[in-house]
Ligand binder design. Structure first.
Ligand code: C2E
Ligand code: CA
Ligand code: CA
Ligand code: CA
Length: 279
């Protein structure tokens, strides 16, 4: 058997994927993993470009499996979606993120907003808005500090119900963001119909900024149009200074990526925040 440390990255083989699937689908393996506290949220800073102050963070789930080691969300989220277990897991993510926001505020860390990723099935859940409202109330977190990251495909699914749900979230005071923007089929004109505040430009367009004229043009046009719709733009996957220079030239507001920090454990994130410039 292989022994895999928490910090070791490795390539999944087919056997391992089968093993994960078995763990997830058999006997409520995922519920058990929640109870046994095998999941953890990591946090990646979101940085304002104008002064490079950290103004937010994205919560990204990690699964530390006792035998398999660190399992990436790209591996288990699709399986959790398939089995429906994404619902309890998604609720755990929102509750954990909110508890964390509260704890940070109590520790005197400057208040930042934290975004949480929603999956398609979770977004379709009928009592999603009520659940989020209840978690906010329970944890005593002001809704302005919670942001939800949705994807274009979720918005396209069932337009009327979707719009109602988004309005309900806005009424609650939660911020809404479109993740991986540019990889789906929505146009900016179409987005105007949805009450969203932020676009996250997908990493695939950010990668070759400054190298690929085509990507530069796409990002520039996206930022310009987003501005005219009063949407904030954040570029994800920023890894080097030349990307920053290009994004600055296009007046992109925020960035997120390994250049500033990788996703970190709560403990490392608190340390990171304490060594940051203050707002
Ligand atoms: P995403 O929402 O697009 O998250 C961004 C991914 O890019 C994260 O991978 C992050 O670690 C990675 N990343 C950030 N900066 C850089 C960079 O500069 N370079 C590169 N190469 N990568 C960067 P991660 O954490 O493995 O998450 C993968 C995906 O899993 C996420 O993509 C999201 O779709 C999903 N996911 C993560 N956590 C959750 C969760 O709590 N709930 C749900 N439903 N999905 C989640
Ligand atoms: Ca995201
Ligand atoms: Ca993304
Ligand atoms: Ca992505």
């Amino acid at each position: 058997a292989k022994s895999i440390g928490h910090n070791t990255s490795f390539v999944f083989d087919v056997d391992m994927i089968d093993t994960i699937r078995a763990h997830l689908t058999l006997g409520g393996g995922l519920r058990k993993a929640i109870e046994e506290e095998e999941f953890e949220l990591f946090y990646q800073p979101k940085v304002r470009l104008s002064d490079e102050v950290t103004v937010g963070a994205e919560a990204l789930i990690r699964w530390f499996h006792p035998e398999l080691g660190l399992i990436s969300p790209d591996q288990f989220i699709p399986m959790a979606e398939e089995s429906g277990m994404i619902l309890p897991l998604g609720e755990w993510v929102i509750r954990t993120a909110c508890k964390q926001i509260k704890t940070w505020q109590d520790q005197g860390i400057p208040p930042i907003s934290v975004s949480v990723n929603l999956s398609g099935r979770q977004f379709m859940q009928t009592d999603l808005v009520e659940m989020v409202a209840q978690v906010l109330e329970e944890t005593g977190v002001d809704s302005q500090y919670l942001e939800l990251e949705l994807t274009e495909s979720m918005l396209m699914a069932d337009a009327q119900q979707t719009i109602e749900k988004l309005h309900a979230f806005r009424k609650l005071g939660v911020t809404l963001s479109i993740d991986d923007f540019g990889t789906g089929y929505s146009s900016l004109a179409y987005l105007k119909k949805f009450p969203i505040q932020t676009l996250k430009i997908d990493r695939s367009f950010v990668n070759d900024l400054g190298i690929s004229g085509g990507d530069d043009a796409i990002v520039k046009a996206t930022i310009a149009m987003a501005k005219s719709l009063n949407l904030k733009v954040i570029a994800e996957g920023v890894e080097n200074r030349s990307q920053i220079d290009v994004l600055n030239g296009f007046q992109c507001q925020e960035v997120q990526g390994y250049l500033f920090a990788k996703p970190m454990s709560n403990k490392d994130f608190v340390h990171y925040m304490k060594t940051q410039k203050m707002v």
